[in-house]
Design a protein around this ligand. Structure first.
Ligand SMILES: [Zn+2]
Length: 439
């Protein structure tokens, strides 16, 4: 070996010994967003729905900007198609389970969730959802129950699951008064005894001034944003208040799960306009959270879906066409229009007050048949489905199911450690990576 080469080799060795191994930077705050039922077709449709038609190009969305990878969602059985409970359990604990499982394994034994681990480590914890806060997705972060349908027992666990003598969630915002204020038990009074502030109206959200706090703004889920006055964003409003509360006294950091719950509900109903408006609220929430992470410089934002719902296709019926303008002309959910048509017994009047394009005679006849059927069977859903059929046909929106599909979902990330979520992963890996940050 030439002596110069030898010196270089020794220097390299010394450098290797003397240089401290810097661990990857670890985020202080974790914000985990779950778009329930939000598949690739949903964010694709949203891009064209949200596009500014006055410009020549198609604007990209926050989803396009933050995309890093994909995830498989299959549950621990032979169905491939997960429900929200099994997937939320995978996303919250890093273990797959059976459909219906809330934070328990296939033997119905409790699993540690990332929220529980965060609380053990002294982080503040929060959940925000537009469904009732004891619905499958948030529930899998807080409770352990063999069935997602045991709503009261799951709500009870929000107070009985304690770490250091206190409930494990410092901030809960969403719906669910019917489960938390019951004849047999008033959990809100019990939370108040633990020092929680309480608000029961979204217009009084700002009255929650310190943690711990709980805000329940509807008996079950909040209204669909499409049925609210233009410019109303429920999830974004709650997320903004949550960030402001969590930023006070934030020495150890926080873990927050935010669920866009009703993308799924609108997709189950095959209601394209309803789904687009829920996506709009979810996208706005992501913008808010990303701006926070950008300012802080110590936060990770990870966004994914638990599964895709409805088997949406952007374009249908063998036509090479999807009409975003038709979707933009719809200003109410099919469910709410169906209700109003049944109340007024007047299809045309309701249609013309909520939708900017006129019905053909044929469509009008179909809706009136459905109205009669809905009245006879006392099933408003029959009429709602017919309303959605007309809008789907006009906009060329395809749906293959009223349930979920096994399609992979997207993973989006921003901030400290976001590169770890690149590429394909199984949904449990998302939880493992996030839990690793806290541990
Ligand atoms: Zn779901």
């Amino acid at each position: 070996m030439h002596y110069l080469t030898r010196i270089t080799a020794v220097t390299t060795l010394l450098t290797a010994i003397c240089t401290p191994v810097f661990a990857d930077p670890v985020p202080k705050n974790i914000i985990y967003l779950i778009g329930d039922g939000m598949g690739l077709a949903h964010t694709t449709a949203y891009r064209y729905f949200a596009d500014d038609p006055t410009t020549k190009h198609i604007e990209t969305t926050i989803f396009d900007e933050l995309l890093v990878g994909t995830a498989s969602t299959y549950p621990d059985d032979d169905t491939f198609v997960t429900d929200s409970a099994a997937s939320a359990t995978a996303l919250s604990t890093g273990f797959k389970s059976y459909n219906g499982a809330i934070g328990v394994d296939v033997d119905k034994k409790p699993l540690h969730s990332i929220l529980e681990i965060a609380k053990q480590k002294g982080l503040h914890t929060a959940i925000v959802s537009t469904s009732q806060i004891n619905h499958a997705t948030p529930a899998s972060f807080i409770a352990h129950n063999e069935s997602r349908n045991n709503y009261d027992a799951i709500a009870d666990e929000y107070i009985s699951n304690k770490i250091n003598g206190k409930p494990i969630v410092d901030l809960m915002l969403g719906g669910g008064t019917q489960y938390f204020i019951r004849e047999d038990r008033n959990l809100i009074d019990e939370f108040k005894a633990f020092g929680y502030q309480y608000a029961d109206d979204l217009s009084r959200l700002a009255e929650l001034k310190t943690l711990p706090a709980i805000g329940l703004f509807a008996p079950a889920g909040l209204p669909h944003v499409i049925d609210e006055p233009v410019g109303t964003f429920h999830l974004d409003k709650m997320a903004q208040q949550a960030l402001s509360l969590l930023s006070q006294d934030n020495e150890k950091g926080f873990f927050m799960m935010i669920e866009g719950s009703q993308i799924d509900w609108c997709a189950h109903a095959n209601d394209i306009a309803c789904a687009m408006h829920e996506l709009s609220d979810f996208a706005k929430t992501i913008e808010t959270v990303k701006a926070f992470a950008e300012k802080q410089g110590d936060t990770i934002v990870v966004i994914t879906a638990d599964h895709s719902t409805g088997g949406l296709s952007v374009g249908a019926n063998s036509k090479y066409l999807w009409k975003s303008d038709v979707v933009r002309q719809v200003h109410a959910s099919a469910a709410s229009m169906s209700k109003q048509m049944l109340e007024s017994n007047d299809v045309l009047k309701v249609w013309n007050s909520k939708i900017d394009f006129a019905l053909t005679d044929e469509e009008s006849a179909l809706l009136n048949i459905a109205l009669k059927k809905a009245q006879e069977t006392n099933k408003p859903r029959v009429l709602a489905n017919q309303i959605s059929d007309v809008i789907n046909e006009r906009s060329m929106s395809g749906w293959t199911t009223h349930g979920h599909t096994a399609d992979d979902v997207q993973v989006f990330a921003y901030g400290v450690g976001s590169e770890k979520f690149r590429g394909f992963q199984d949904n449990i890996a998302i939880a493992h990576k996030l839990i690793q940050f806290i541990k």
